[in-house]
Design a protein around this ligand. Structure first.
Ligand code: 5RP
Length: 278
């Protein structure tokens, strides 16, 4: 890796512990206004300072994040299909490398759909993006998207991650599964996990803990943070596992403590506002 590439990469995976907490808010690019992400600015703002990096599209970056923010950007540059369209795997590169540079992206993200109808096209997209990224020193995160018909097991996810790494991805995002160490061991670049559908907070923390204990370098998590009752408390608890080696119980305790203090803060603010009005 040259200097620029290393510098950008170290903004995504912290060099001191080789871990990362990436906050994913890119869901609208195919899902539209997802629950609790209807107004991205409102969702992102309180969480920004707790995220090591932010994964999103250029549209949400420009409209919903202040340019003075210091949080490194992972720019999703693949798209072109929606949940109501013909086939979700039919993606192309929708944002140019020049635009990514103008937006000061630290990393580019793109989905691959291994085993799908458009596998070839999405793998070609990845190869092209890696070539562009290498030219300008921007790392690429390959997102191993899983179609409904695919089994999320170590064999399939291991295959998808390895293919991504072989094509030059610098970092791979996948899903946690049984025998996850097989996925990590077969992939020569760091692997991070998506949170997936909203779970109970303790379950999501267990997922995080299991992934980290089995070799994941961190999380690229969305819904399990911002669809939580207490998103700030949740991201703090996820950080405690990823960066401070907390176990599930102590991270959940932290979540509950932070949720309580957040609730009392909100109540105090409401009381104050009512007193002022009266
Ligand atoms: C959507 C994505 C998401 O960023 C990814 O799935 C992480 O979000 P979540 O934790 O909600 O699954 O890549 O295509």
């Amino acid at each position: 890796m040259d200097w620029g590439m290393k510098n950008r990469f170290s903004r995504i995976i912290r060099p001191e512990n080789e871990r990362c907490v990436m906050l994913a808010v890119d869901h609208g690019y195919f899902l539209g206004p997802t629950e609790k992400l209807e107004n991205p600015r409102e969702t992102i703002q309180p969480l920004l300072k707790y995220a090591d990096s932010l994964m999103l599209t250029r549209g949400v970056l420009r409209t919903s994040v202040i340019p003075e923010s210091n949080t490194p950007i992972v720019l999703r540059v693949s798209g072109g299909s929606s949940i109501v369209g013909e086939d979700l795997s039919k993606e192309t590169i929708v944002t140019s490398i020049e635009e990514a540079l103008r937006l000061n992206a630290s990393c580019l993200a793109l989905s691959i759909f291994v085993g799908s109808k458009y596998e070839f096209q999405t793998l070609k997209n990845l190869s092209r993006l890696v070539n562009e990224g290498e030219k300008y020193g921007i790392p690429v995160l390959a997102v191993t998207a899983v179609g409904k018909e695919m089994t999320r097991d170590a064999r399939y996810l291991g295959l998808a991650c390895r293919v991504a790494a072989e094509l030059g991805a610098h970092l791979v995002k996948t899903y946690y599964c049984e025998d996850f160490t097989k996925v990590v061991d077969g992939c020569p670049v760091p692997v991070i996990i998506a949170g997936g559908k909203k779970l109970e907070e303790k379950e999501a923390l267990k997922l995080t803990f299991d992934a980290i204990s089995n070799g994941a370098s961190g999380v690229d998590m969305g819904r399990n943070i911002w669809q939580s009752e207490n998103p700030v408390a949740m991201i703090k608890a996820v950080r405690a596992i990823v960066h401070d080696n907390h176990d599930v119980e102590s991270a959940f305790q932290l979540y509950e403590e932070n949720s309580r203090s957040n609730t009392s803060l909100k109540t105090a603010r409401k009381k104050k506002a009512t007193t002022i009005q009266n």
